[in-house]
Design a protein around this ligand. Structure first.
Ligand code: WT7
Length: 632
C-alpha cells in the first residue's frame, strides 16, 4: 500500500503514478493477499475499451476484508450497528465474528445452489445482514446487485430482469424513522414480472407478517441455523471476474447496470479510503451515512473500511428521527472520529434547531467528509463551524458509480482545502477539462467539461449486457477519454471545483435521477400526452424536479397532481417525485421536433430575463404560456 503522509509525498506519488504507473500500482497492490500474482498491472485503453487491471492475478476480496485481519486483530470491532430506534440495542461484530457470519451466509447461499457467476439481488434496509449477504456473495464468487430499498416494485423488477438475478435477498420490512417499508411485499409484487428469481431469502427484522410462497421463499435465520460450518473457503477469483452490478441513471434510456470487477476495484477502494480519510489511530471510528444501495455504501461501507481493517458505524435510521440531532448524538455515542455524509443532509439539519448540534460534544471528530453533490458555501461553513468546530479538515470527495472510488478530493490533514473545492485528483487519476469544441483547455482559471484521460483500477468495465452503450455514453463525446458528465472549474492554482452535471441527469438530495426516467414515468399516466422534466436549484435538495406536462383533456388541480406523483412513486420510487408540475398546452420545440430544454430550465429556475435565441422555435407563442409558471 502507499500511504501519503504529506504534501511533498502527494507531489512525488502523483508524478510517479503519471510517469511510472506500473511501479506505482504494483506498490499499492503489494500489501493485499493474492493467491497468484498478476502478470500485467494494466492493459487496455479508452480506444479498445478492453480494460484489465492486475490481470492474471487470483484472489478473493473477502479474504482481504476479513481473513487477512484475523491474524493481527481478530477481536477488533469491525461493525457497530446503530439501529433506527436509538433505544434498541446496538449490535457489534468483531472481525472474527463478521468472518463467521459471512462464512455461514456463504455456505447457506451454496446450499441454495448459488454458484460462481450467478447474480444475487438485494433489496434490503440498512441492517447488518445486507453487508453480510453482499460479502457472502463475494466469498463464493456470486455477483451482487443491490437495489436501494427506496425503489418501487417496478424499478426492482426491471433491474432483476436486466441482470437476470437468480436469488433475491430481502427483509420482512425496514424502518426509516417512524416509517415502515414493507420490503417483502414490494418484492412479491416485483416478482410477478421477474421470472428469473427462483429463490427468495428473507431476514426477519421487524417481525411484521409476510406471505411466504412455498418452494420459493425461505427465512434467512432458518437456513443459516441449519449451517453447521462457520468456515467457508473463499472462491478463488480471477482479477477481472465480476464483483458486482450496480444500477445508475443516465441522461437517456433506462438505468445502466455498471459492472465492477474484482482486483482493481479492491485495490482502489482501500487505496482511496486510506489516503483520503487518513485514519491513523487504532481507536479511530469511521461513519459513512450512505445506504449500501448506492456506490458510496459499496466502496466506503462494505469494502473500503473492512479492507483497511478499521472500525465503523453502520446506521439503519434517518437523520431527523427521533429528532434532527440524531447524527450528532450518534457521533457522541460511538465516539466517531471520521464522519462522511452528503450535503443534502447537512442542509436539512442546518435548517433545524441549532441547539440540537450545539448540545452535543462532538469532540471525538477529526475529519469530515462530503459526497454526492456540490456543497454550497453556507453548508460548508456550517459543517465546518458547528460540526467540526473549525478543527476538522473537510474532504469534499468527487466521484461516481462508474469510477468505483474517490477520484478528486483533499487528503485529510495532508493537502489543503478550499471551501466547496474537491481540490486535486488522487495520484493515479488524470484529469482534463474540455471546451464545447472538444478541445482540451490547458490554462487555469477556466470552466470546462471534466474528463479522465487514462484508465484507473476501479473504473466500471462495462454496462452489463450492453458494451456498445458503455462505449457510446462515456467514450464517444471526447474520443479516447472518459467523459464524466460533470462540469468543473479549475482555479488559478489548478484546484478543481465541481459545478455539477452538464447532461440531462439530475441530482436530487444526492440521488441521481435521469430526466428521461421521470418523463417515462409521467407518460404512463393516461392523461399525459407528453412531458418534459428539468432540474432546478432547491435550497435543501440541491436540485428539485420540475415537470411540464401536456394533458389529453383540460385537467388541473390537486387530484391530478396526486395521481401523477403516485405514478412516479410506482414507476421509480418516492424520491423521484416532481416538486413542481406545470400543465402546458405545448412544449417549446425546434423545427426538428426537439424540446428546447434550455428554455424550460430557465423558466424552472425563475430566470427568464434572457431566454437566448428563440427564433428557431417552431412554436414561439408557447413560451409566454410556459413563463407563467402556473404549477399545480
Ligand atoms: C454524480 C455521481 C460518488 C458517490 C455518490 C454519487 C455528483 C458526486 C460530488 C462532489 C459535486 C458530486 C456528480 C457526479 N457528485 N460527488 N463531491 N461534488 N458533485 O454517485 O450517484 O454515481 O452520482 O454525483 O455530478 O457525476 P452517483
Amino acid at each position: 500500500m502507499i500511504r501519503i503522509n504529506n504534501q511533498d509525498e502527494y507531489q512525488h506519488y502523483y508524478t510517479q503514478a503519471l510517469n511510472e504507473p506500473n511501479e506505482f500500482w504494483s506498490e499499492v497492490a503489494s500489501s493485499f493477499t493474492w493467491r497468484k500474482p498478476w502478470t500485467s498491472v494494466s492493459t487496455g485503453d479508452f480506444e479498445n475499451l478492453d480494460i484489465k487491471w492486475f490481470n492474471g492475478a487470483e484472489l478473493n476480496i473477502t479474504e482481504n476484508c476479513l481473513d487477512r485481519h484475523l491474524k493481527t486483530q481478530p477481536h477488533k470491532t469491525a461493525i457497530i450497528f446503530e439501529p433506527n430506534n436509538p433505544d434498541s440495542a446496538t449490535r457489534t461484530f468483531t472481525y472474527k465474528e463478521l468472518h463467521t457470519e459471512v462464512c455461514r451466509a456463504a455456505n447457506m447461499l451454496k446450499q441454495q445452489n448459488v454458484k460462481k457467476g450467478d447474480v444475487v439481488c438485494f433489496y434490503m434496509s440498512m441492517i447488518p445482514e445486507l453487508l453480510i449477504g453482499v460479502l457472502a456473495c463475494a466469498r463464493i464468487g456470486a455477483v451482487h446487485s443491490v437495489v436501494f430499498g427506496g425503489f418501487s416494485s417496478k424499478a426492482l423488477s426491471d433491474r432483476i430482469n436486466d441482470c437476470k438475478a437468480k436469488v433475491l435477498i430481502t427483509n420482512d420490512s425496514g424502518f426509516r424513522g417512524t416509517k415502515e417499508v414493507l420490503l417483502k411485499n414490494i418484492c412479491d409484487k416485483a416478482l410477478e414480472t421477474s421470472p428469473s428469481i427462483s429463490t427468495v431469502i428473507i431476514k426477519k427484522h421487524s417481525g411484521s407478517p409476510v406471505n411466504l410462497k412455498s418452494n420459493r421463499d425461505f427465512w434467512w435465520d432458518e437456513l443459516t441455523n441449519k449451517i453447521t460450518s462457520s468456515d467457508c473457503l473463499p472462491e478463488v477469483m480471477q482479477a477481472e471476474d465480476p464483483l458486482f452490478i450496480l444500477y445508475t441513471s443516465g441522461s437517456t434510456g433506462k438505468p445502466k447496470g455498471l459492472l465492477h470487477t474484482t482486483a482493481g476495484y479492491m485495490v482502489f477502494a482501500q487505496y482511496s479510503f486510506e489516503n483520503v480519510f487518513q485514519m491513523k489511530s487504532d481507536n479511530d471510528i469511521f461513519w459513512c451515512t450512505a445506504d449500501i444501495g448506492w456506490i458510496t455504501g459499496h466502496s466506503y461501507i462494505t469494502y473500503g473500511p473492512l479492507l483497511a481493517g478499521v472500525t465503523q458505524v453502520m446506521f439503519e435510521g434517518v437523520p431527523n428521527w427521533p429528532d434532527a440531532g440524531r447524527f450528532w448524538q450518534t457521533i457522541d455515542k460511538h465516539k466517531v472520529t471520521h464522519f462522511y455524509t452528503a450535503p443534502t443532509a447537512i442542509r436539512a439539519l442546518e435548517a433545524c434547531d441549532i441547539n440540537l448540534v450545539k448540545k452535543q460534544n462532538l469532540s471525538s471528530l477529526k475529519v469530515l467528509g462530503s459526497v454526492g453533490e456540490p456543497i454550497n458555501v453556507e453548508a460548508w461553513d456550517w459543517y465546518n463551524k458547528n460540526v467540526g468546530h473549525k478543527n476538522c479538515p473537510i474532504v469534499d470527495t468527487w466521484w461516481q458509480t462508474e469510477t468505483g472510488g474517490i477520484m478528486i478530493s483533499p487528503l485529510a490533514g495532508i493537502t489543503n482545502t478550499i471551501p466547496c473545492f474537491a481540490m486535486s485528483p488522487l495520484p493515479g487519476v488524470q484529469l482534463k477539462l474540455m471546451d464545447a469544441q472538444g478541445q482540451v483547455v490547458e490554462e487555469n482559471g477556466v470552466e470546462g467539461n471534466l474528463v479522465i484521460t487514462a484508465p484507473w483500477p476501479s473504473i466500471a468495465r462495462t454496462i452489463y449486457g450492453d458494451h456498445n452503450r458503455y462505449k457510446d455514453v462515456y467514450f464517444s463525446d471526447y474520443k479516447g477519454t472518459y467523459f464524466t458528465g460533470d462540469g468543473a472549474k479549475r482555479d488559478d492554482n489548478g484546484f478543481y471545483r465541481i459545478i455539477g452535471r452538464v447532461d440531462d441527469v439530475m441530482n436530487v438530495s444526492g440521488h441521481r435521477i435521469g430526466t428521461a426516467e421521470v418523463e417515462d414515468a409521467l407518460n404512463q399516466h393516461p392523461q399525459v400526452v407528453e412531458s418534459a422534466v428539468v432540474g432546478y436549484p432547491h435550497n435543501i435538495k440541491g436540485q428539485g424536479i420540475y415537470a411540464y406536462i401536456i394533458c389529453l383533456n383540460k385537467c388541473e388541480g390537486e387530484a391530478l397532481k396526486t395521481e401523477l406523483l403516485d405514478t412516479v412513486t410506482q414507476q421509480i420510487g418516492a424520491f423521484a417525485k416532481p416538486d413542481k408540475i406545470q400543465v402546458v398546452s405545448g412544449l417549446p420545440k425546434t423545427r426538428s421536433g426537439k424540446i428546447m430544454r434550455r428554455i424550460l430550465r430557465k423558466v424552472a429556475n425563475n430566470d427568464t430575463s434572457d431566454l437566448g435565441d428563440t427564433s428557431t422555435l417552431l412554436n414561439p407563442e408557447i413560451v409566454e404560456e410556459v413563463m407563467k409558471r402556473n404549477t399545480l
